[in-house]
Design a protein around this ligand. Structure first.
Ligand code: HEM
Ligand SMILES: [Cu+2]
Length: 567
């Protein structure tokens, strides 16, 4: 079937004009979804280095308080707060979102549903450009009078609302604007994902033939859209409090700081799932390919994911158990919080059922996917303790919480991110990455990651509060310095472990082995076209005959059965 038979092809779209593209139109202002995806990926990876560097600096301060940090210098209390705040902000908004949602969404959706590009390519480009401006703005915040904002990524008022309190008159507002712009960028990007998935699927691809990762990215985007509105409204109100003296959130003027907490966490909690879902999709794709088995319970996973999305929107106040909310309300939020572990567990059990009895190949993407499942377990289990409102009174805001959310976020963002990057790298660049460097990267990251955060569980249980500049000032907390130093040393090990990845990523673009179309023998549509795919994706637009997970079908010679192959 030829391209024009079923594919709407906007005339201003530029396909088939490869020869006219210069460096600027190809790499800097691209319309091609794959290049925009790569822009997001590169920005996300760069920001991960920045966020990691910040963690290095403030962890050095914790291990060796008051001493000059190599590569940074003396860490003042103000810069310590700014580093923690921007570390969290960057990791969530400038690493997790661009990498897991925007990069994979952009690169994968049109390829996996078999169309030539996003429905609105110019909007897609605009979304990256706004994201880029927000990135620059975030950095500008470090160089203004008063320095960068240090009121934590949650930005609770009244601290965040009045310059007299936070001492960063410019920093606080620039930080807030940067985050708001970032959100605008993702709203624009998300419109494309949903419209494209609903309207541009290859002929024959029914709803229940859509690969899980595409489903999950779309559900994540819908969740983002539903949850972010109140936050944007809150951000405007907070900006007014900061700049023109309103008092929406300032008690001295009759405002209510707890209102901000509701607006923030109504977004903040679902955001965790916005990040988690794309990554659970990535893991699903990988485990079925590398165990050569059909994904267990495809439909159930899709429905359960919707369930997770809906439930995630009614748990937000578990972040406010100690904010003086009515205990009856706290019970309801405890209940819904613990309830959400059921659908999440169902999905993970489906993954384990997929692996069960499969012929498993421990290639690097599979190691990351399995590592994610194993490590996330500890994050999930510790979340159950925090969800119980009575226990949270003790746990709240100590390093047990910090360890808990890093055990959810790091497996999600980094294990899932590396799983996806190493799995689709051959498609992105037409080359294979080195398995040896990949394994070095995997084991280094896994060992040191646990080395950093397991001590933080114990420090938290011993009462170590978070966001403290120098524990020597608190006699009750001053002990256990050895554990803090150990965690910091492991962080340095973790950062060094990223070097093999950087070498592998950069070197393989030129020197990797040629990948061919389908190095993993996978079924989904991205693997039937050239690596990397040409502008417009498919030489001949595909037609779909079956679901994406037909591996090891009895009676077939080959153990895979591409979606576009007629029976
Ligand atoms: C390189 C590995 C990382 C290390 C060593 C690290 C370490 C830390 C530490 C020690 C804190 C300060 C906790 C406190 O005193 O309140 C922190 C805060 C935080 N981290 Fe990380 N982190 C890492 C990666 C990540 C990732 C991947 C994410 C999310 C995707 C993340 C999200 C956050 C958030 C949201 C905060 C709270 C910031 C705030 O209180 O404003 N971190 N991190
Ligand atoms: Cu939450």
């Amino acid at each position: 079937m030829s391209k024009t038979d079923h594919q709407v092809h906007p005339s201003d779209h530029g396909h088939g004009h490869d020869h006219e593209m210069n460096f600027w139109s190809k790499y800097i202002f691209p319309l091609d979804h794959k290049m925009i995806g790569l822009q997001y990926l590169w920005t996300g990876l760069f920001m991960a280095l920045v966020g990691g560097f910040f963690a290095y600096v403030f962890r050095m301060q914790l291990a060796f308080p008051g001493e000059s940090v190599p590569g940074f210098g003396h860490v003042s209390p103000a810069s310590y707060n700014a580093l923690i705040t921007n570390h969290g902000t960057i990791m969530i908004f400038w690493v997790a979102m661009p990498m897991l949602v925007a990069a994979f969404g952009n690169i994968l959706i049109p390829l996996m549903i078999g169309c030539d590009d996003m429905v609105f390519p110019r909007l897609n480009r605009l979304s990256y450009q706004i994201f880029f401006i927000s990135t620059v703005l975030l950095f500008v915040g470090f160089f203004v009078p008063g320095g960068a904002f240090g009121g934590a990524w949650t930005s609770y008022p009244p601290l965040s609302a009045r310059a007299e309190y936070n001492l960063t008159p410019w920093g606080a507002s620039i930080w807030l604007l940067a985050v708001a712009l970032e959100i605008v960028a993702f709203l624009l990007g998300g419109i494309n994902f949903i419209t494209t998935t609903m309207n541009s699927r290859a002929p024959g691809m029914k709803m229940m033939d859509i690969p899980i990762v595409v489903w999950m990215i779309n559900i994540a985007v819908v969740l983002f859209m539903f949850s972010v509105g109140p936050l944007v409204a809150g951000a405007v109100m907070l900006l007014f409090d900061q700049t023109i003296g309103t008092s929406f959130f300032v008690p001295s003027g009759g405002g209510d700081p707890v209102l901000w907490q509701h607006l923030f966490w109504f977004f903040g909690h679902p955001e965790v799932y916005v990040i988690l879902l794309p990554e659970m999709g990535i893991v699903a794709e990988i485990i079925t390919v590398f165990s050569r088995k059909k994904l267990f319970g495809y439909k159930m996973i899709v429905y359960t994911t919707f369930m997770v999305g809906i439930l995630s929107m009614i748990v937000w106040a578990h972040h406010q158990f100690i904010a003086g909310i009515d205990p009856r309300m706290a019970s309801i939020f405890s209940f819904t919080t613990i309830l959400i572990s059921i659908p999440i567990a169902v999905i993970f059990f489906a993954y384990i059922a997929t692996l069960y009895g499969g012929s498993i190949e421990f290639k690097v993407p599979m190691l990351w996917a399995l590592g994610m499942i194993a490590e996330f377990l500890l994050g999930g289990v510790t979340g159950i303790y925090l969800g119980a409102s009575a226990l949270d009174v003790y746990f709240h805001d100590n390093t047990f919480v910090v360890a808990h959310f890093h055990y959810t976020l790091i497996p999600v963002v980094f294990f899932g991110g590396f799983a996806g990057i190493t799995y689709w790298y051959p498609k992105m660049f037409g080359k294979m990455m080195s398995e040896t460097l990949g394994k070095l990267h995997f084991w280094g990251t896994t060992i040191f990651f646990n080395g950093i955060f397991i001590p933080l569980f114990f420090l938290g249980l011993a009462g170590q509060h978070r966001r403290i500049y120098d524990y020597r000032n608190f006699p009750d907390l001053a002990g256990m310095q050895d554990l803090r130093i150990f965690a910091t040393m492991c962080l340095i090990g973790l950062l060094i472990s990223q070097i093999p990845f950087i070498i592998n990523f950069v070197r393989s673009i030129k020197n990797g082995e040629d990948a061919g179309k389908n190095p993993w023998k996978a079924n989904t549509l991205e693997w039937i076209t050239a690596s990397p795919p040409p502008h417009g994706n498919f030489a001949e637009m595909p037609t779909v005959y079956r679901g994406p997970y037909e591996y090891s079908v009895p009676g077939r010679k080959e153990d895979f059965w591409p979606q576009n192959q007629p029976s």
